[in-house]
Design a protein around this ligand. Structure first.
Ligand code: NAD
Length: 437
């Protein structure tokens, strides 16, 4: 059993902390947000993440999971300190490392004895070594520590399961001692023979960016093919199926639509571009990946405008706000761009999301009408735009929906429905990369 301190209780810190406690380690989670810590101490979960509530409650009860704001106490009682704070994009597309360096400095001043510091946040290549240098400077002189890079690959919406059964664990580590301790931290994963890639700090950091850039590339690739499919009346769903059956390609991340959003892919792709450019290399492929993605929200609005001739004075319903189903995360969600553009064009906007409405009210600053479900959204609408493919939007009662609408226009940004049946139901239907079948 290893004693762990986890800095940051966001999507990654909270899930990683709870799961590492479930592995049998003792985990002290610390956050600078006292309100968040108070909620967690009371057993309330500040984010929507399936299965996380049970995991936190179970480990709180066992005494292996603790929440607090006292970093000194947490560091003193830990052998391994994880940094899992946010690394958002700065306005120029680079990574804002303010929280990571602040966290590292605060840890440095509390260090005593011999510790491992694990960089779990996604950080530009070379940052983990810079953190080590910073800690070296700030820590008391008799302290021994080693830095490890251990990027995280969990996906919001299935984060607990992803952490417990990852495809792989990437560990950038420089000594046998730290390697053995990290093995103990992840012991249950060794037992189920999870591939563990041991490598250098810089390589571990780049594996994270390369993986996200590749996933983003698959999405932009299929969206480019969707645009080509529309030119010829081909069906992108069949194209993707036909491609995905080739094992060298695989079926995942080949869904045409309004593209990727969220807290990781857009900012990580931008950051990789920025990192490369700062060293004098202009990455042509991944810059195109981002450009294609950036155009998709306006394409969704354009498809709606084409159906209605104008958006001025129209009432548009938006189904789904979160950047993907099973999360309440709105960071870089396509819904925000779409709604902002509809409002700019003087539409009224009605919205519903099963999990992200409160967060949207608090953060988006957009003037919309909040509804209680999809049918409520549809009332008096000139068009519905399906933006997030929550399960409850997959089996809508289309008759009831159409009945509630003023004009039966349906823009399907996730290709959930089929063009033929939708027009048989009387909808004027648009989707991405599909003709009329
Ligand atoms: N969200 C994901 O799906 C995901 C997946 C893989 C990797 N990542 C990466 O993991 C990192 C964290 O992402 P997230 O989504 O969990 O972020 P988040 O914004 O949800 O959470 C960050 C937390 O860190 C806290 N914090 C900030 N400074 C702190 C400090 N000095 N000490 C203690 N706590 C501090 C904040 O209060 C917040 O609660 C990022 O680098 C992200 O790119 C995220």
């Amino acid at each position: 059993m290893i004693r762990i301190c986890m800095l940051g209780t966001g999507y990654v810190g909270l899930v990683s902390g709870s799961c590492l406690a479930d592995f049998g380690n003792t985990v002290r989670c610390v956050d600078i947000d006292a309100g968040r810590i108070k909620m967690l101490q009371d057993g309330r979960i500040p984010i929507y993440e399936p299965g996380l509530g049970e995991m936190v409650t179970r480990n709180l009860r066992s005494g292996r999971l603790l929440f607090g704001t006292n970093l000194k106490e947490a560091v003193e009682n830990s052998d391994v300190i994880f940094i899992a704070v946010g690394t958002p994009a700065a306005s120029d597309g680079s990574t804002d490392l303010g929280s990571v360096f602040a966290a590292a400095e605060s840890v440095a001043s509390q260090l005593a004895g011999k510790k491992i510091i694990v960089q779990k946040s996604t950080v530009p290549v070379g940052t983990t070594r810079r953190i080590a240098a910073l800690i070296e400077q700030r820590a008391p002189k008799n302290v021994q520590f080693e830095i490890v890079a251990n990027p995280e690959f969990l996906r919001e919406g299935s984060a607990v399961d992803d952490f417990l059964r990852p495809n792989r664990v990437i560990i950038g580590v420089e000594s046998e001692w730290a390697r053995n301790i990290m093995k103990q931290v992840y012991r249950p994963l060794y037992l189920i023979e999870t591939p563990i890639v041991l490598t250098t700090l810089e390589t571990a950091e780049l594996i994270k960016y390369a993986s996200n850039a590749f996933l983003a590339t698959k999405i932009s690739f299929i969206n480019e093919i969707a645009a080509i499919a529309e030119l010829f009346g081909a069906n992108i769903d069949h194209v993707a199926k036909g491609m995905g059956l080739d094992r060298r390609i695989g079926p995942k991340f080949l869904h045409a639509g309004v593209g990727f959003g969220g807290s990781c892919l857009p900012k990580d792709v931008s950051s990789l571009i920025h990192q490369s450019r700062s060293r004098g290399y202009a990455p042509q492929l991944i810059e195109a990946v981002l450009r294609i993605n950036d155009g998709l929200a306006s394409l969704a609005v354009q498809k709606t405008r084409e159906q209605l001739n104008t958006l001025d004075g129209k009432t548009i319903g938006v189904l789904g706000l979160a950047f993907k189903p099973n999360t309440d995360d709105l960071r870089d969600a396509p819904s925000i761009k779409i709604i902002a553009s509809l409002l700019d064009d003087k539409s009224e906007v009605r919205v519903f999301d099963p999990a992200a409405m409160n967060r949207f009210k608090d953060t988006a600053g957009l003037n919309v009408t909040y509804c209680k479900d999809a049918y409520d959204v549809a009332r008096g609408c000139d068009a519905l735009i399906l933006v997030t493919e929550w399960n409850e939007f997959r089996e809508l009662d289309l008759g009831r929906l159409k009945e509630a609408m003023r004009d039966p226009v349906f823009v399907d940004c996730r290709n959930v429905y089929k063009p033929g049946p939708m027009s048989e139901q009387g909808f004027r239907y648009s989707s991405f990369g599909r003709g009329t079948f």
